[in-house]
Each structure stands twice: as structure tokens, then as C-alpha cells.
Design a protein. Sequence first.
Length: 282
Amino acid sequence: MDLEISALRCFIAAVRTGSMSRAAPALGRTQPAVSQQIKRLEDVLGRPLVRRVATGVVPTPEGESLLPLAERILALSDEAQRQVRGRAAIGRRRIGMIEDVAASGLQMALADFAHVHPELELDVLVAEGEALRDAFAAGRLDLAIGDPAIIGGTPRKRRAFPLVWAATPDFDATRDPFPLVLFRHPCEWRVRTIDALEHRGRRWRAAFESGSLTAIQAAVRSGVGAATLLVGNIETGMTVLEPREHDLPPAPQIELGLYRRPGLRRDNILDRIENLLWRALG
């Protein structure tokens, strides 16, 4: 027969308080109920665990040997309940972001957060703007960071971020037409980059197009052309072109918005993740 947690709790309380009458109110039970639980424990073990004295009860030799083990069992039982209930309370959060943002350090920030909170399950979706918009609209994301021009609606937070001209150190910016490495449509960053060049009077051509930041970075490093990127996405093998030195317009600013799924306004975990991500964006 198994040892019952409630019986062990009564036994420990009776021994520690030295009296079943003092143990009863601490446990929220009556004295007869405490006595009955201890008797049940003695029946399972086949040994007397306490003996009555003038002042109450004291443990028998068998009770003394059981006491530390019983306390360990209760401690493990309490810890198991805290772990399971805490996990249920924290649960899973689903975060989405465009690749440009993920590559600039936000994924590392989330990884650090998950390391500190191992009981939290984090699902992170890194996708292009349209895929991110569709996932958020379908309710598959709790938080999303992306271009408001694509996701639509009103974000909880929005901020403008400057882009920079990125190329190889030996890139010839006098080429005509100017070779551009571009994100494919739809992309507000692409539109603003082209508009800036045309407003400057520079002819341009699409030297390379992709929906992948990794592919864009590889094309820039290979010298195919120049791109406008977030500062955090400038890699080894690239340099930032100063507009005045290379007859280029200032790189455009882009907007990023942070969105939160309706119905999750009161969520302490999401509050902390939201603040963490927004700070990590700089």
C-alpha cells in the first residue's frame, strides 16, 4: 500500500508540535481526524509511529526514522505541485517577427528570456511581412513585430528606424545605373529606397532581388550591388556608404510596429516580453 501525503502531513505536524490537538488547527482538521490519519499510516507500515505522553505525543524509534523521509516526500510533493501549476500559469507564448528584426538581436533576447524562465514555452515565427500579417490575423501569434504598412491596423507601439547604405568596401558607387540589392515586393523599404534614388536623380537597376535577408546580405557581400539595411544587419565584409561621399541620398527611415493579440491585455508574461523586445530594438 502507498503512503498517503495527507497522512504523512498529519504525522509530521503532530511530531513537530508535540500534540495532536495543536496539530489539528494548523492542518485545518479536527483532532480525531489527525489521529485517524496517523493510525492509517501506522497500519500501512505495520509499526507504531507515535506514543502518548503527559504533554502530548512523541515519536517512537520507527517514527523518528520516518520523520526526515516524510518531510522529504512532502517537500517533493509541494515542489511538484508548484512546478506543474506554475507551468500551467505561464504556459506558451507565440511571437512573430520579420527576418530583418530577428537577425538584429531579438531572437537572442528571447533566448535569454527563455533561459531565465525554463517553464515558459516560446514559439517564435520568423517570416516575411505577408506571412506574418496572415499569422497574426489568424490569431496564431500573441505578439508580432513588423511593418505596419503590411500588417495594417494600429500597433500598440511604433517607431521609426534609420536604414544605412550597405556595400562592400571596394564597391564603386559611381556606377550608372546604380545596382541595387532589393527585397522583393511587397516591401515598403524597397519603395522608399527607390524613391530616394529617383528623387536624387540617380538611375538604378535591380541587380538582385530576394525575400530573404540572408540572401540579401550574401549578395551585398559578393559585390553584386548595394542595399539599405538596418544597422544591426551589417555583417563582416560590408561597409556603410556615407551618402555625401558617394552622391547618394540619405537612406530612408522605416517604421516598425508591435502588435498584440486582442484579449491579451492583462498578461504579465507578455508585458515583460513586449518590453524586452522593444528595448532590444534600440
